[in-house]
Design a protein around this ligand. Structure first.
Ligand SMILES: C[C@@]1(CC(=O)O)c2cc3[nH]c(cc4nc(cc5[nH]c(cc(n2)[C@H]1CCC(=O)O)[C@@](C)(CC(=O)O)[C@@H]5CCC(=O)O)C(CC(=O)O)=C4CCC(=O)O)c(CCC(=O)O)c3CC(=O)O
Ligand SMILES: NC(=O)C1=CN([C@@H]2O[C@H](COP(=O)(O)OP(=O)(O)OC[C@H]3O[C@@H](n4cnc5c(N)ncnc54)[C@H](O)[C@@H]3O)[C@@H](O)[C@H]2O)C=CC1
Length: 200
């Protein structure tokens, strides 16, 4: 069973072993969040060329020394025995490991996710159907479009205002619950009102 949580990867060392299609998808996702990414593989698909300024690319076969200082590792080679060796080394050395071809060897799995600024929505099927996760993600992408980035930022500002200015606990909660039903224009109007109100 996997517990859903958000993990802080800021300035953490992440190492992806493998340079194929799956490794590329995992690296792209990590890049949406601040972290220091290294990839190790003797061969890479061409798409990695576009990432060469953002990540460290090592053209070599896997060696333990490449992961010994990592906080988190993704074993994404096409060699099942090698992926298992990487998982065992990680377990022995307390390094979090995702094994792309074996959920039972994985400390964590990667959900399908969308990011709209600070709004993150993730979907998992506990490995039963990554395709269903992907389908649901596409549906959510339409419902929660790019506008949500600004929307969530404004909600964040308003929450800070309400927490600062309103002293009545139940009123605070009521307002914070209610404002999420406003559209972006209504929300901006309400923000202006809150900025200029003195409350209690
Ligand atoms: C357990 C998990 C471990 C992990 O990778 O973290 C895992 C494992 C495996 N996936 C396999 C196959 C496929 N995976 C995808 C796609 C995605 N897989 C992702 C996550 C996960 N995949 C984790 C569970 C997620 C959950 O709980 O739902 C996504 C969500 C996130 C990401 O990878 O970034 C991303 C969608 C991103 C998006 O579109 O939003 C596709 C579709 C495609 O490629 O088009 C296929 C082919 C079709 C199919 O099989 O459904 C295989 C068999 C390999 C083989 O056949 O050899 C295994 C191994 C096994 O099952 O043992
Ligand atoms: N979890 C997931 O979402 C999915 C997992 N898979 C699994 O992921 C694995 C990889 O799939 P693809 O990326 O499509 O394969 P791929 O064949 O495109 O890439 C495999 C990569 O492994 C690298 N590699 C091989 N030996 C290595 C070594 N000794 N050291 C470092 N790197 C090495 C190769 O250089 C290559 O870049 C497959 O075994 C498949 O079962 C497949 C689809 C989705």
């Amino acid at each position: 069973m996997f517990y859903p949580m958000m993990i802080n990867l800021k300035n953490k060392k992440v190492t992806v072993i493998g340079g194929g299609k799956v490794a590329f998808r995992k690296v792209k996702k990590f890049l949406e969040f601040d972290c220091d990414i290294k990839v190790v593989s003797p061969l890479y698909i061409d798409k990695f060329e576009s990432l060469k300024d953002k990540i460290t690319i090592i053209e070599d076969e896997y060696k333990k020394e490449y992961i010994k200082d990592s906080f988190l590792v993704v074993a994404s080679t096409s060699n099942k025995e090698l992926n298992e060796d990487i998982a065992i080394y990680c377990r022995e050395n307390n390094i979090l490991c995702n094994v792309v071809d074996d959920i039972n060897l994985s400390d964590f799995i990667v959900p399908s996710s969308i990011k709209r600024g600070d709004l993150v929505i993730s979907v998992s099927t506990m490995g039963k159907s990554p395709s269903l996760s992907s389908k649901i993600r596409k549906e959510l992408e339409e419902k929660y479009d790019e506008e949500y980035e600004e929307y969530v930022n404004i909600l964040g500002e308003m929450r800070a205002l309400v927490l600062k200015k309103c002293n009545d606990e139940s009123e605070k909660k009521k307002i914070l619950n209610e404002i999420v039903n406003l559209n972006i224009e209504e929300l901006k109007k309400r923000r202006y009102e809150y900025e200029n109100s003195s409350w209690n």
